[in-house]
Design a protein around this ligand. Structure first.
Ligand code: V47
Ligand code: SF4
Length: 363
């Protein structure tokens, strides 16, 4: 029955997965320690197919990064700039309008908008940006601001966290992307991103966002200085909050790119790292509906294979990705709907164009 498992250490994990039992930290560690990539992949694929059959989702989306000025100076970030530094920018309402209008003939359904922590921008700036999006793209979902930005907005709005969220919701915020937690470890936080909120605050913001009726994604930035124990702890913290709120929609492992960062001596993640991140997430996060293979970070070719390793979603068209490309990513900056559909079909899956909430839409 478990003939596809080559590593005997994985037999107990196989038996738990087959029985529908929840994996624990020791199981997750065994998976990370194993080199049986085919066995891990087949196991994750069996879970993926039970949930989603042959379907692979994507969304017609557009990214907007409103500013790269940021006071947090995370060591892994190639995107941010200090105020006044060469390449620093802040988009005005008109800049955002121009960016959206440049693609106005395309059936974009989601605007994914994030930026740096720039203390010079007032709360009204963020509300104005959302109004601009709503005016130009009234039918698109605004998926914006990581929990780190929400924490900052609560500080500058003069409102409580709950009232800040409510104000943003009233202004059109419908969903949050998953960034900002990086790896939920005090050690990694202190070493790489000490100015950013810690994981307890990240989880608290997510809890309040979910309580306000908004859904969010979750991510994990892997492939820098974190240990596999820290990765496992990260997954278990997410699973635990999801048990309580049910507000997470998708989990997205983010492969670290070291180019132009203060960690540029670190090597790129390997194909094994990337596929294991997807497959182990699919197996451990039994209460998450969707696992996303973010083609921007792992490349189009590996993202296609990831559909056989537990991923059921490829994110989307994106249109001009900045954060990873500034750190040396060699993937395209955007893909067409046809490109995504071809990737999915030639991998033997059925492409399903979705909205932000995984409702099927006709292309
Ligand atoms: O939080 C920053 C990461 C994140 C680098 O929710 C880097 O659908 C790799 O959260 N190498 C922002 N990663 C991106 C993000 C995201 C992306 C796509 C989809 C969704 C979603 C969310 O990017 C940051 C950080 O973890 N990041 N620098 C880097 N050099
Ligand atoms: Fe700022 Fe985000 Fe870059 Fe950290 S990862 S420096 S918070 S833009």
């Amino acid at each position: 029955m478990h003939s596809f498992i080559a590593d005997p250490q994985l037999i107990p994990v196989f038996e738990k997965v087959s029985a529908g039992a929840r994996l624990d930290a020791a199981d997750a560690l065994a998976l990370y320690q194993s080199h049986d990539i085919i066995g891990i992949g087949r196991l994750a694929d069996s879970v993926r197919r039970k949930r989603h059959g042959n379907k692979a989702f994507f969304v017609y989306n557009q990214h907007v990064n409103y500013t790269n000025v940021c006071v947090n100076h995370c060591r892994f970030c190639a995107f941010s700039r200090k105020k006044g530094e060469g390449g620093a920018y802040v988009m005005t309402r008109d800049d955002v309008a121009e960016k959206l209008n440049a693609r106005i003939d395309e059936p974009i359904r989601e605007i994914h908008m994030v930026g740096g922590i720039n203390p010079e921008l007032p709360f009204s700036y963020y509300l104005d940006l959302m109004e601009t999006i709503r005016t130009i793209r009234p039918d698109a979902t605004i998926k914006a601001f990581t929990a780190v930005e929400i924490d900052h907005l609560a500080k500058i709005s003069g409102l409580s966290l709950e009232d800040t969220i409510q104000t943003l919701k009233n202004a059109g915020l419908a969903m949050l992307p998953g960034g900002g937690a990086e790896v939920m470890s005090v050690r990694v936080h202190d070493a790489l991103f000490p100015r950013k909120i810690g994981h307890e605050r990240w989880l608290e913001v997510m809890r309040k966002i979910h309580a306000a009726g908004l859904t969010t994604n979750a991510t994990m930035l892997y492939g820098h200085i974190e240990t596999i124990q820290e990765r496992v702890e990260h997954l278990l913290l997410l699973r635990s909050l999801q048990d309580q709120t049910g507000g997470f929609t998708a989990f997205i492992p983010l492969a670290f790119h070291s180019g132009n960062t203060r960690l540029s001596h670190l090597p790129a993640t390997t194909a094994h790292d990337d596929l294991k991140a997807i497959a182990i997430a699919r197996l451990v996060l039994d209460n998450f509906d969707h696992i996303k293979a973010y083609w921007v970070m792992i490349g189009e070719k590996l993202a296609q294979i990831a559909l056989n390793f537990g991923a059921d979603d490829l994110d989307g068209t994106i249109i001009e990705e900045k954060i990873t490309h500034m750190a040396g990513a060699s993937s395209s900056k955007g893909l067409t709907r046809e490109g995504l559909q071809d990737m999915i079909r030639s991998g033997g899956f059925e492409p399903v164009e979705r909205d932000s909430f995984y409702n099927k839409v006709e292309g």
